[in-house]
Design a protein around this ligand. Sequence first.
Ligand code: AMP
Ligand code: GLY
Length: 422
Amino acid sequence: MNILLLGSGGREHAIARALSFSHSLDKLYCYPGNPGIYDIAEKTDIEKLDFQEITEFCLSHNITLVVVGPEKPLADGISNILTQNGIKVFGPTKQAARLESSKGFAKEFMARHNIPTAKYKIFSAKDEKSAYEYLKNCKFPVVLKADGLAAGKGVIIANDFQSARVSLDSMFKGMFAEAGKTVVIEEFLQGREASILAICDGKDYITLPSSQDHKRALDGDLGKNTGGMGAYSPAPIVTESVMDKVNEKILKPAIEGLRVEGFPFVGCLYAGLMIDNDEPEVVEFNVRFGDPETQAVLSLFEGDLAKLLYSAACGSLDKSAIKEMKGKHACCVIIASEGYPDEYKKGFEITGIEDAEKTGAIVYQSGTKLQEEKLLGDGGRVLGVTCVSTTLKTAIEQAYDAIKKINFSNMFYRKDIGKKAL
Ligand code: AMP
Ligand code: GLY
């Protein structure tokens, strides 16, 4: 089959790599892609993320399946448009994508289906007064979440009433533009986080190995929230008994709930969990593969990913397309540009990727570009250096050894990825 992969990050590089090993894949195209992805997928002449243009490309290039990496086109309805044109898509409809594009929708959905999550209340800018009244009676810290998509930045944890009030005020005044004009105020959950990725066909699903992201910029989980500074998989906190609860209390009711409400979920459902005393609660749902989690998780993947995603898109999940992935561990360390997630400089030449790969590492690219045959840093998160081994400890050691081979001005990475799990 021919596949078009949409997106340009480390997540998409990891998806492209796993797809490229699929027996059922004939040709892989990408848009917009990145220099790492261009090594395994053909760059298309698509000029912009215009659903009509993408549809025409699919029809003229005999595309069997479109795999959508990021959330924005899903929230904007790309899946609806392609499906209407007879093109199979791995990625949910606009309606099902509300699980990520509206935190308020997600909370109310979880309430309707008894899915465990933090207690909450939703307020819009016009209910400002009642929001402040509600805050007065909250236990602190409290979590404020912009309802809409805010590129992973729409969550504020406030330690006391005063700072919560100031943050809420800024949100209502447009700090996250329209996305923050409605705010979910929710209880702060204690525990440890983990992520579960489920490949869904609308009524059934299969999970990939668990993982854990590192959201803060600095070692010891200090500093600002980022898109993710590293991940490892599997996450030992997700024991068999926790996974049973995730299946029974979270994934089954979510997939069944969306189906019953008329919006069957086809794609990767990402459950961001907080686990306390072996009890999982949902911190967030995303409607696509997580990043950087996918860089770790899909490095462990064995089987035919193209077949798996196509079968999901056709509504008849072929679980045999995925092989048992036990006994292996992956660690992905993100190399960012110093200053990220705030301001940073870019455009520095990156060297040493081949040497790092010679050690056995997989180097996924995210913020990179090619200029006159040189590879330059072109984003906050630049590379994801990933190693797979028989233990997490050796996967971590190998990833940090491989990083020593890589060099660019301003490179910056956390030194403690995976440490918590040892
Ligand atoms: P989200 O975008 O909803 O995943 O939130 C970003 C991060 O904020 C999460 O990964 C958690 O670390 C933290 N967070 C979000 N909601 C809560 C909560 N209710 N309790 C504790 N931490 C939270
Ligand atoms: N790693 C978090 C996310 O993909 O949203």
